[in-house]
Design a protein around this ligand. Structure first.
Ligand code: MG
Length: 394
């Protein structure tokens, strides 16, 4: 399975008032907008190749900002329209023939790793995936004279974001047909719609804004300054431990991944010791109680519950404090099953639940050398650590 990304950066960006350079080459926090966008894709584990579509006049500018990176292909030149530029990007991927392709506008630097993971994941069961956000404002249709013609019902309306994801062959063929038919639309999902490809939606992100105006750039600069302050902020480490008994069953859930086994784990919820230990580690880093105080075992709502909600809850508490999860690490202690074959699936799943990248999640395992209750295969235990950053408060 090979996944690629096309970063569309061929526009002239004339809308930013007073700008001397195209907006994608303007700096945010000392780094060009395009570089921010590229880095988000180059850093993602599930993206194998990235091709940038640039304006021929920008070759020098691009060479100056593009990082040397094994995933980064030679840039290709854009065409007369955004649609033609995307088509050129798709042509550049022809030899690679990826399974999935994400198409991103250079002017969206804040798409999170979790959003990329969500779009890529949804392509397992769809040819086209569109991230959408709810429409917050009441919508009005306006007449040419500036007066309101009508209020447009907001139900069933959503704002379209990028990156949009596609099965490569499907979107390449759709773009070719649209070009041959002279059809001009404003985004790639619309090309898919025109070609009759069903477009599935996933949750977008309010923060995944497209920078267009000078005001957008100023907002983005403030956001990056807040991030930088957080990087120099209050680093906290929390520890968590959990154990569950083994009983009848033929699979265990560890790190949100079902693993076939000769026995099952016994517990009030799904008995996922990995997610429970991680949840306590995150809550510990916040000094905010433990899993039992937030989700009492006496509460029937959590009977048989999938434990991903516990970890997601703890991570939300970090965000609510203005903080950021930096790293999760877990050690599983079990005589069996073997964890190694499932390690990467666990890292990917944990990262997805916690809204971080898989390279921010460590999963290790050991047996107990036959010693004690774990050695007698009576249970499975997990130790976890979480590192978070909180805003500095003197
Ligand atoms: Mg537990």
């Amino acid at each position: 399975m090979t996944n690629a990304a096309i970063i569309v950066a061929a526009g002239r960006g004339t809308r930013v008032a007073g700008a001397q350079v195209p907006k994608q080459y303007q700096e945010l926090g000392g780094i060009s907008l395009l570089r921010h966008t590229l880095d988000a894709f180059l850093a993602h584990d599930a993206i194998d190749r990235v091709v940038t579509v640039i304006h021929p006049d920008d070759a020098g500018r691009y060479a100056a900002i593009a990082s040397q990176h094994r995933k980064l292909m030679k840039p290709v030149h854009g065409g007369a329209s955004r649609q033609q530029s995307v088509l050129n990007g798709l042509a550049a991927l022809e030899d690679l023939n990826p399974d999935k392709v994400l198409i991103q506008d250079a002017a969206r630097p804040f798409a999170s790793a979790a959003l990329l993971t969500r779009v890529i994941g949804a392509l397992d069961a769809a040819d086209a995936v569109l991230p959408v956000v709810p429409v917050a404002n009441t919508l009005k249709r306006i007449r040419a004279d500036g007066t309101v013609a009508e209020t447009v019902p907001r139900e069933n309306l959503a704002g379209a974001e990028t990156p949009q994801g596609f099965r490569f062959a499907a979107i390449r063929d759709a773009h070719r047909r649209a070009a041959a038919a002279g059809v001009e639309v404003t985004d790639d999902a619309a090309v898919a719609e025109w070609a009759g490809i069903p477009v599935v939606t996933v949750a977008g992100e309010a923060g995944n804004v497209k920078l267009t105006t000078a005001e957008d750039f100023a907002d983005a600069d403030r956001r990056l300054a807040a991030e930088a302050a957080l990087a120099a902020g209050d680093v906290r480490v929390g520890v968590g431990y959990d154990v569950h008994a083994l009983g009848p069953g033929d699979w265990v859930t560890l790190g949100g991944v079902q693993i076939p086994h000769t026995r099952g784990l016994v517990g009030h919820s799904d008995a996922d010791v990995v997610l429970h230990a991680l949840t306590d580690a995150v809550l510990g880093a916040l000094a905010d109680g433990d899993i039992g105080s937030h989700f009492p075992p006496s509460d029937e709502r959590w009977r048989g519950a999938s434990s991903d909600r516990f970890l997601a809850f703890a991570v939300e508490r970090v965000a609510a404090r203005g903080g950021r999860l930096a790293h999760l690490d877990v050690a599983v202690i079990a005589e069996a099953p073997k964890i190694g074959p499932h390690r990467d699936a666990m890292r990917t799943r944990i990262a997805s639940i916690a809204g971080i990248r898989p390279d921010q999640v460590g999963v290790k395992a050991t047996t107990n050398e036959g010693l004690g209750f774990i050695g007698r295969s009576e249970g499975i235990a997990a130790y976890a650590m979480a590192t978070i950053r909180l805003p500095f408060r003197p």
